[in-house]
Design a protein around this ligand. Structure first.
Ligand code: CP
Length: 360
């Protein structure tokens, strides 16, 4: 981590933000490519995705026994985490809390800026400096794009370099959700050649859904993946993602005909309408999304090996009648979040080798 402090500490915020996201990524890891901060999906490559997946599986297996759980809970028992969530969350918050507890960390939280001194006018920068005085890790969710990255830069330039993990930033990125999505795909396809060559279909509000954006970046690390983005015009995926896919030579389609793409899908990734980002009241409700829902009729079109995913929370876009089908993996996907987040934290604090070497 010291190396990272020196590297990032030599660069002003203005210089740093002039770099492309890809070129900024190395400054967020140390000289041995261990994550110092995790801010965006472009920090992942195929190797570290496979590695975090392997580590998550080992943690998952160890947690089944008391001996394994007890061992895990000693690893970071000298560390404290701050969960700084100023946007609503159920899964991400609770799974990070559980991940910290698995590794024995103590956890504190701020879940609402109106209950902190931000309400009295303290800046987010000053708040994060305060958290860094009391904690060894800050996990933050914010509606502000770029804030987590700025906080990472700030702490890398302070005397107390505390890692920042982005748990969702604006409409932009949700890298740890994408990580658990990749882990779910790895597990789902482990007997059929993994993620390479698969057709992933994204459905719903793709314009404002940060999970889709981060996952599209991660899928770019696999060979011969095809993506289809199924959405009404008003919610179609952003041009920056399409530019990225064009640059990487990744095959994709845009569609409004959901039923026509289901038979060739290996994974269907459903999303809800993100109306919390509406510019005016009721804006999203004007868009008809009923052709982008998944129910019993759509289930009949799905291949036997295919999976249905959703970052959750859901509304009406997946019928509850689908829940019992073995291809509906969204509950397992959600639980996977706890394992990959524990693996990520273990990687940041360099206790991963101890985990991988553990045998009962
Ligand atoms: N998927 C997800 O980020 O869920 P929460 O908003 O409940 O954390």
């Amino acid at each position: 981590m010291i190396n990272n402090l020196v590297r990032l500490g030599k660069m002003s915020w203005e210089e740093f933000t002039k770099l492309s996201t890809k070129n900024r990524a190395p400054y967020l890891s140390d000289d041995s490519d261990r994550f110092v901060h995790l801010i965006y999906a472009q920090q992942f490559n195929r190797d570290n995705l496979e590695y975090i997946g392997q580590l998550a599986t080992k943690i998952r297996m160890m947690a089944k026994s008391k001996e394994g759980s007890d061992f895990l809970s000693t690893l970071l028992s000298d560390k404290r985490a701050m969960l700084y969530f100023t946007q609503p969350s159920t899964r991400t918050f609770l799974s990070f809390m559980a991940a910290c507890q698995i590794l024995g960390m103590k956890v504190a939280e701020v879940r609402d800026a109106t209950t902190s001194s931000e309400y009295k006018g303290e800046s987010a920068e000053d708040s994060v400096r305060v958290f860094s005085s009391y904690s060894d890790l800050i996990v933050m969710r914010t509606k502000l794009k770029g804030l987590a990255e700025r906080m990472a830069w700030l702490l890398s330039n302070s005397k107390r370099l505390v890692p920042i993990i982005n748990a969702g930033s604006g409409k932009d990125q949700h890298p740890t959700q994408a990580l658990l999505d990749i882990y779910t795909l790895q597990r789902s396809f482990e007997d059929i050649n993994g993620i390479d060559g698969k057709h992933i279909v994204f459905v719903g509000d793709l314009l404002r859904g940060r999970t889709v954006r981060s996952l599209a970046f991660l899928l770019g690390n696999y060979n011969d993946v095809k993506m289809t983005f199924v959405a009404p015009d008003a919610f179609q995926i952003g041009s920056d993602i399409l530019e990225y896919l064009d640059k990487k030579g990744i095959q994709y389609d845009l569609s409004q005909n959901f039923k026509s793409v289901i038979p060739t899908a290996d994974a269907i990734y459903m999303t809800r309408v993100q109306d919390e980002w509406d510019n005016e009241e009721g804006e999203s409700a004007k868009v008809d999304i009923s052709n982008f829902w998944f129910g019993d009729e759509e289930l009949k079109l799905l291949q036997k090996h295919a999976v249905i995913m959703h970052p959750l929370p859901r509304r009406e876009e997946i019928s509850t009648s689908v829940d019992q089908d073995k291809r509906a993996v969204y509950w397992r996907q959600m639980r996977n979040g706890m394992w990959v987040r524990a693996a990520l934290i273990a990687n940041i604090f360099a206790v991963d080798t101890e985990i991988l070497n553990f045998s009962e």
